[in-house]
Ligand binder design. Structure first.
Ligand code: SF4
Length: 440
């Protein structure tokens, strides 16, 4: 008799003004499933205990007759979405509000036609996406009333009291659901703890995280709040994980590391040498931003050779005062040097993008326009990363005078810059960014 509990993994739909599948994968939840499968959490191993319902899976058959949602060459693409009424707190935000992801009827049908699982894990990422988590929890409670619901992810860690009210049976507020870096001493049958990408019937894009934490303490970032220092996966574990993903037919892998290039002599470089020597054909991407300071010619060459197809560099602002006051993670000359080094290693300038923060409460010292022009002068693309105020961070504290930080919807990255600057200025900066990118 099989007594191992069955678990449904749910990646909820997104309620927001905009959303795009920029290699969005539920890595935290799949890692939690991997820990359970490996017996790390006192269960026995069982291949069949997991099922997944991923509202954001563009590989779902729902999309098979909708070519407009086809992925681009690197695995990104639009989600199906519908326009929905705006929550009252957004009444003055002149943008459409939408629900992104598979229609709710498909989930209802799934719940009605499948045997209820013992547990349902619901992944919760952005604080301002909680309407999606609420929708899933309501559906589970209605159709699978005996199933225990577990909610976990960054939202629960940042807004634990709010998360407790959504109706889940358990809320993981300590990041237990996301921890994928194992202690090297903890080996269960070798390096077997790995995210359960095999719960998908078909998957072309995946994500990896081979490090945890970051040596910096930027005032707008949650990483220093939740990660104590920097740790890396044992190289053997990272390689096992990569091989497993590749064996599933994945074409694109996004690194979700916060500081992928830190201590690269010990972590990334050996990993990439393995990829090159083993002739593994895969495209790598870096949506979580690379730190330009750590790009030396050796790591640049290894990245290009190993198959990195896009390089996103965190820059935020060229204003020295802003850089120093927010954590000093990178300066102008370091960005310029990194671009030169990457180009020297063979990276196409078109594949390099710098993130610039927009809508930060220290806007008076950020020199956004000047920063846009500076990045453009390097011949690379700019992506405006709209500021989302996060409770618990120093910069989140500065935002209390503009919004009610206890309402997670107001942490929204589209809404906050508009609240701060007004629509006209937001549109002007976006237009400028668009024009400069067009010139590259
Ligand atoms: S360098 Fe990046 S990950 Fe590290 S604290 Fe700063 S913003 Fe966060």
């Amino acid at each position: 008799m099989n007594n191992t509990p069955s678990i449904l993994l749910v990646n909820p739909p997104i309620y927001d003004f905009s959303a795009y599948d920029f290699w969005l994968k539920p890595l935290g939840m799949l890692t939690a499933a991997g820990r359970i499968a490996d017996g790390a959490d006192s269960f026995d191993c069982d291949q069949d205990r997991f099922e997944i319902f991923d509202f954001l899976d563009r590989g779902h058959q729902f999309y098979s007759d909708k070519p407009q949602f086809k992925s681009d060459e690197w695995g990104r693409g639009e989600f199906f979405s519908i326009k929905i009424p705006k929550p009252q707190v957004f009444k003055n935000i002149p943008r459409y509000y939408r629900r992104f992801g598979l229609p709710g009827e498909i989930f209802t049908d799934f719940l009605q036609t499948h045997k209820p699982a013992d547990f349902a894990f619901v992944q919760a990422v952005m604080t301002y996406w909680y309407l999606g988590y609420e929708e899933v929890i309501k559906g589970l409670k209605k159709y699978w009333p005996g199933t225990k619901i577990v909610l976990g992810g960054p939202y629960c860690m940042i807004c634990p009291e709010h998360a407790e009210k959504l109706g889940a049976d358990f809320v993981f507020c300590d990041g237990a659901m996301d921890k994928g870096i194992t202690n090297p001493q903890h080996k269960v049958g070798g390096f077997r703890i790995q995210p359960r990408w095999d719960v998908y019937e078909r998957i072309e894009t995946a994500a990896m995280k081979i490090t945890r934490g970051c040596p910096f303490k930027c005032t707008y970032c949650t990483v220093p709040l939740f990660c104590d220092g920097f740790t890396a996966k044992p190289i053997e574990q990272a390689i096992e994980e990569l091989k497993f993903i590749v064996s599933l037919g994945v074409k694109n892998i996004a690194f979700y590391d916060d500081s992928l290039l830190y201590k690269s002599d010990e972590v990334l470089k050996p990993f990439l040498r393995y990829v090159i020597e083993d002739k593994i054909k895969i495209n790598f991407h870096t949506p979580n931003a690379l730190n330009a300071r750590f790009i030396d010619s050796e790591v640049a060459e290894l990245m290009v050779k190993a198959g990195f197809k896009s390089f996103y560099l965190g820059f935020e602002s060229r204003a020295g005062q802003f850089q120093r006051q927010t954590g000093a993670k990178v300066f102008d000359d370091e960005l310029a040097g990194a671009v030169k080094t990457l180009a020297g290693a063979g990276a196409n300038l078109n594949s390099i993008t710098a993130y610039l923060m927009f809508g930060h409460p220290r806007f008076e010292i950020q020199e956004v326009e000047d920063s846009l022009k500076f990045v453009n002068s390097l011949g690379i693309r700019i992506m405006l990363s709209e500021f989302s105020p996060i409770p618990g961070t120093a910069d989140g504290k500065l935002c209390e005078k503009y919004i009610d930080m206890n309402e997670p919807l107001l942490h929204n990255k589209t809404a906050f810059p508009i609240i701060l600057f007004g629509t006209e200025k937001v549109n002007r900066i976006k237009e400028m960014c668009h024009r400069l990118n067009h010139s590259v």
